[in-house]
Structure formats: C-alpha cells, structure tokens
Design a binder for this molecule. Sequence first.
Ligand SMILES: Cc1cc2nc3c(=O)[nH]c(=O)nc-3n(C[C@H](O)[C@H](O)[C@H](O)COP(=O)(O)OP(=O)(O)OC[C@H]3O[C@@H](n4cnc5c(N)ncnc54)[C@H](O)[C@@H]3O)c2cc1C
Length: 408
Amino acid sequence: MYSPSAAGSADNTTAGSRAFRYEVTGLRQNSESDKNGYAVRKSGSVFFTVPYSRMNEFMRRITRLGGKIVSIVPITVGSGHGDPQPPAPVAVAATPEPAPAPAAVPAPAASHEHIFPTNVPVNTYKPKNPFVGKVISNEPLVREGGEGIVQHLTFNLSGGDLRYLEGQSIGIIPPGTDKNGKPNKLRLYSIASTQHGDLLDDKTVSLCVRQLVYTNDAGERVEGVCSTFLCNVQPGDDVVITGPVGKEMLLPVDPTANIIMMGTGTGIAPFRAFLWRMFKENNPEYQFKGLAWLFFGVAYSGNVLYKDDLEKMQAENPDHCRITYAISREQQTAQGGKMYIQERIKENADELWALVQQPNTHVYICGLRGMEPGIDEGMSAAASKYGVNWADYQKQMRKEERWHVETY
Ligand SMILES: Cc1cc2nc3c(=O)[nH]c(=O)nc-3n(C[C@H](O)[C@H](O)[C@H](O)COP(=O)(O)OP(=O)(O)OC[C@H]3O[C@@H](n4cnc5c(N)ncnc54)[C@H](O)[C@@H]3O)c2cc1C
C-alpha cells in the first residue's frame, strides 16, 4: 500500500537534492486510506513531495490507487533543515477551469553526453564499400484479417564489422538498375533488433519491412523496388548493406527514464528493439526500471506486428510496460470516429502530460510521414487542459533532446 514516506515526503531532507511537489486528486479519504497517512483536502487534492529518484515508483503507485496527477512542480530542497524552498511554478496550473498559466518550462535535463550512449557507430559501411550479408530468415508478420505484406528479416553479419545501437537504421542496396540504367540506390530501414541481435550472438541484424504497392496515375499496379526485393529474399541470399546511420532515435542510457513510443505500421521497428532490450534481454548495465508506454496504430488487428511478444512483455512487466493500440478500421472513438493514434493520446492526456513533465521522460515517434500533426493535436489537447501552449513546450523538449521523430 501507499505510504508517503516511501514516496519521499518524509525523508527528502538532503540539502540540494531535487524534488517535485505533486498534486493528486481521486484518492479517497476513509478508514483504510487513513492508514496511509495522507489527508485529502476539501478541494479533493492531496500534495506529496517526491524525490527525483522516486518519481516513477510514485507515479505507478498513484495510478494503482486510482489517483490522478494534476500538477508537478519542481522544488529545491535547500538549507538542510528539511524545509522546501517556495515552489517555482513552472509546469502546470491545474484548475478545473484553466486560468492563464505561466509558460511551461520543463524541468532541466542532463546534457547530451549524459543522456545518450557515447561512441555511436556511424557509416561503418558506405555505398562504395558495403557489407554483403546473408539472409538467415524472412518471416511474415501480418496475421489473418490484416492487409498487405510485412516481413521480419534477419541477416547474418558474420565476417564483418557492422555494429549498431537500438534506434539506428541500415541501408539496403537492392540489386539491378533504375529506370535510367544506373545501379539502384540504397533505401534506409530502421533496425528492429537490439545491438545483440535476435540470436543474442552480436552477429545479426533484423528489419521489419512492408512491401510498397500502389496504383499509379495510369491505373497500373506498381511494386516498390527495394521493399519487394526484401520481402521476397530467401535464406542464404546475399543482401548488400550500408550503415549504420542515425542518432535521432537512440535510447537514453538511464534505465529509470520513461520511454513513450508512438508508432504506426513498420514504425514499430525501433520500438521492438527498445522493448527487447528492456524486457527480453538481461543486460547488467540496463535493468529497465522506468515506464515504457507504446502507442501502436494500425488499420486492422491482423496488422498488429509482433503482437504475441508485445502482449507477453506487458503481462510479465505490468509496472513497467504498457501497450495501447489504436486500430483505425476496427475500433471507434466515443464519438463514433475512427480510432487513430491521436485519439488514444487524447484519451490518456492527463497521464501523458504528467509524464512528459518529468525531466527523464522521452517521446519517440516513428512510422508514416503525416502522423505528426495528429500527435501534436493530441498533445495540444493534453497541454491546453492546463493552459499550456504545446508548441512552446515541444520546442523545449526538442532542445532537451527528449522529443525524437523519425517518419518516412
Ligand atoms: C529513416 C528511415 C527508416 C525507414 N524504415 C523503414 C522500415 O523500418 N520499414 C519499411 O518498410 N520502410 C522503412 N523506410 C522506407 C524505406 O526506406 C523505403 O522508402 C520503402 O521501403 C520504399 O522503397 P521501395 O524501394 O520499395 O520503393 P521505390 O521503388 O523507391 O518507390 C518509392 C516511390 O514510389 C512513389 N510512391 C510511393 N507511394 C506512392 C503512391 N501511393 N502513389 C504514387 N506514388 C507513390 C514515390 O515516388 C516514392 O518515392 C524507412 C525510411 C527512412 C527514411
């Protein structure tokens, strides 16, 4: 059960330590809650002081107790007498009818080299000197009722020097020539495996590839060159690989960071790598203790890629892993509209807003170009409930390298 001292209100007296003042509603006062030692005010609010190191734990407890976090205000624990300095209201002004609020300024984050891994490998193999890997497997990911062809491919990297990190991409050069008779150019694909590879031997890389198919202006069916090549390769075939590239989608090294992932379709690829690293591998340097929350948008439930694995991870790590689907052609909003990812964001606005105000929360967006405006719409709805301008807040998050986007 919840106890304020476990959350830090009683023991947060160390001079100079960082702490946050939480206002929570929805916690009932009764004989049972009395044992937990918090007093519900007439307004329905309860206030807690929580040290930085216990924010995630606190959030989970509040969620379990059915409470709603309505504001988080950083405080400086000062002189060693245990009295917090007057709080500097920076983040939210939580009132039922939002009054004009001060401009939101997220609490300060650490500098780049403290947040992300150093020595990120980049362009080990360039188009003029690529690595030739062999296909190990090529498995379908779309299940009954789903549309299109999406494959999970694994390549053997033995004999080369291609190392990569979660969140990076590789280039694939398809065989053949383009319409001008020139050798085909490379296409980028987000890496779907962890740095250790699906076989955990540091010798493979995996991709999640959708075959591009469309009808051109003349009414002809056109198949994408590289995606069609990849979706049809067989074990033992050669694949020409470049890279790795990309530093935008790297995971923070802090295992207590919160990772909010918003993906559509094959945009799941880097998130599969993140989640495997968090929950399927046992990396001594990365024992994940934050909250990983995946918002995954697809057209049909048959298109929920890696469904069984995702749901198993969620079931096995209920305090750390959360998955929210938006299945546009099958689920509906309360108003009867199609369930796109931004609708799920709006539904979870309060919690998301409280999370993004934590200085160790990172948001990642990956998938179809065009998904960003919807996400901004959802986040704007969340922020405006508290009188905050989302565009300003997002700008600040980008500056702090906590807002990561890779769309294509
Ligand atoms: C950083 C990054 C990561 C990526 N990660 C992935 C990934 O993980 N998985 C994945 O499947 N893809 C991913 N892609 C996309 C991938 O790089 C290719 O663009 C995609 O596979 C299509 O390549 P292709 O050779 O099959 O198509 P191409 O033969 O190159 O055809 C593409 C071209 O077709 C035309 N076209 C496309 N759709 C239509 C349409 N509806 N109507 C008319 N014309 C159209 C456009 O001119 C387009 O440029 C990623 C892209 C980037 C930049």
